[in-house]
Design a protein around this ligand. Structure first.
Ligand code: HXC
Length: 508
């Protein structure tokens, strides 16, 4: 072997060792994989092509000139997932805690710039103590360069962040501007400032897990979309997930061969709706029975669970599903559900993914907690998102579609392309009893009961809306998949443009 090649091999081996055996063992002891091991799980076997393995930091303060590790704490490059190109960076906690230096940032920016040019997703595996403290403003500048690219890439290429270690400071703001965040339970954290700073400033005592662990962020805050048990589970899920997404906003949705018959009939759906209007049923059952092979990748299943959002396929092509969930808070729209679904709808619209909406919604959640926390503005987000979306929109009302929530949930009036209802649909301003108690205040209980029956007969059905053309067709529940598949075929070449503008002013 020539001396040159030996030198290359020596340098590669040094880069692969990162922060050294001891720190790798410490990483493993925490149940975490190393940056390179993670890429092996994430990418197709042998597909990873590394860039910038020899990049080193340029810091000379605090004795840093004697501590240079090739790669500088991040492994970056490209590879494939199920044969499709993706760009990746994987921060190496064994090298200065995965902290971001100027050069580390330049590596991330390089792959982001290339991903933008060629139109491929960026997946970031984040495991970082934030800005490299020894570098001061140079590392802050590095972060801002990454942030700027996150924003320019938003809506052009999908950006997925996996949080796989403690992420503080700048290390949380870049993921926050990406499309989706996956976290790992018990080993990943996201906070702007950690428990020590919190104690100093507010005197609160809180653990890392409580403050910003995977459970906190995937249930309470909604900052993270899904929490996984360990690194491998998160990385395998990322593979499935990215396979559902388009490579860019110009690539069109991916299409896989599907064995599932497009016109599969599901007789069980004819009895999905319980006899009593107050009885819940699981909307997942309908979603899975409609999608190819019953496969559904749900986003934020434990936050705002009164609305279900996620991706699946029909005839092998990706669709976004939004559905009220009668099992949780009767499927009401509240702040969390509105924000969650609005962001999801906007993602689908940005990437030309058709949206299928299943509606069973009793309205917006009343109460001071909701009103004082701004349900007006947050509910408006979902209304805004559906109204501006120009992708194919197919809506099926299964049961309740009451009040403003009827309008919001991809109604005909918000440019719904195909608006279907099951015979069990009830489209009205509100539930019959509430309505009668308002318009016939002061009547006896017997009279109220009589008027309620009258109101139900008049409005607790889909035919008033259908007689006006607001519902295109009342369909048999068992034929829902067939009708949606046919609808999506029809709408494949849909073209609709919003008026020219710099950008809209979404009620943030
Ligand atoms: C340089 C860092 C570092 C950092 C960790 N290390 N964070 N080096 N800059 N930001 C180094 C440690 O010195 C240590 O080096 C190794 O990484 C592992 O760190 P430990 O503390 O031993 O690990 P652990 O106990 O697991 O704690 C991890 C941690 C903690 C929670 C991330 O290290 C931490 O709090 N770091 C600082 C976080 C922070 O305040 N970052 C700056 C945020 S400000 P050795 O050599 O011992 O292995 C910011 C500004 C951007 O990011 C804002 C933009 C909006």
């Amino acid at each position: 072997m020539s001396a040159n090649i030996e030198e290359l091999e020596r340098r590669r081996a040094a880069a692969e060792l990162g922060g050294g055996e001891k720190r790798i063992a410490a990483q493993h002891a925490k149940g975490k994989l190393t940056a390179r091991e993670r890429l092996e799980v994430l990418l197709d076997k042998g597909s990873f092509e590394e860039l910038d393995a020899h990049v080193e930091h340029n810091c000379t303060d605090f004795g840093m000139e004697t501590q240079r590790i090739p790669g500088d704490g991040v492994v970056a490059g490209s590879g494939t997932i199920n044969g499709r190109l993706v760009f990746v960076f994987s921060q190496d906690f064994t090298v200065f805690g995965g902290s971001l230096s100027e050069r580390h940032a330049q590596k991330i920016c390089k792959i982001m710039d290339t991903a933008m040019k060629v139109g491929a997703p960026v997946i970031g595996l984040n495991d970082s103590g934030g800005a490299r403290i020894q570098e001061g403003v140079a590392s802050l500048a590095g972060y801002a360069e990454v942030f700027q690219r996150n924003v320019l890439a938003s809506g052009v290429i999908p950006q997925l962040s996996l949080i796989m270690g403690p992420c503080a400071g700048g290390a949380v703001y870049s993921p926050a501007m990406t499309d989706f965040i996956f976290m790992v339970k018990d080993s990943s954290y996201m906070f702007v400032t950690g428990p020590d700073v919190v104690k100093t400033v507010t005197n609160e005592v809180v653990t890392q897990e409580e403050l910003g662990g995977a459970v906190t962020h995937s249930t309470r805050t909604g900052v993270a979309d899904v929490a996984f048990e360990n690194d491998i589970e998160a990385l395998m899920a990322a593979r499935d997930f990215i396979t559902l997404l388009p490579s860019s906003n110009r690539s069109g949705v991916p299409e896989l061969p599907s064995e599932d018959l497009w016109d599969r009939i599901e007789p069980s759906l004819d009895t999905l709706i319980p006899a009593s209007a107050n009885q819940p049923y699981d909307m997942h059952e309908l979603i899975r029975k409609v999608l190819d092979e019953g496969e559904f990748f749900e986003i934020a299943p434990n936050h705002g669970a009164n609305i279900v959002c996620g991706f699946g396929r029909i005839e092998g092509r990706t669709v976004g599903v939004v559905a009220n969930q009668p099992m949780v808070l009767a499927g009401v729209l509240d702040i969390n559900a509105s924000r969650k679904a609005a962001r999801f709808v906007r993602f689908c619209d940005a990437f030309e993914i058709p949206i299928v909406t299943f509606v069973d919604v009793p309205g917006f959640l009343p109460g001071t907690a909701q009103e004082h926390n701004g349900i007006i503005k947050h509910g408006a987000k979902l209304l805004f998102a559906y109204a501006e979306a120009t992708v194919p929109k197919i809506t099926v009302i299964t049961r309740k579609a009451y009040g403003g929530a009827y309008d919001v949930m991809a109604s005909k009036h918000l440019r719904g392309d195909l608006n279907y209802a099951w015979p069990t649909a009830e489209i009205a301003v509100m539930g019959a009893k509430g309505a009668v108690e308002i318009i016939f205040r002061g009547l006896s209980p017997e009279e109220i009961a009589e008027k309620t029956r009258e109101y139900e007969e008049r409005f607790a059905n889909p035919f008033v809306a259908a007689s006006r053309g607001y519902i295109d067709e009342v369909i048999y529940p068992h034929s829902t998949r067939r009708r949606i598949a046919l609808g999506l075929r029809k709408l494949r070449n849909k073209r609709l443009k919003n008026p020219r503008k710099k950008h809209d002013n979404l009620p943030l």
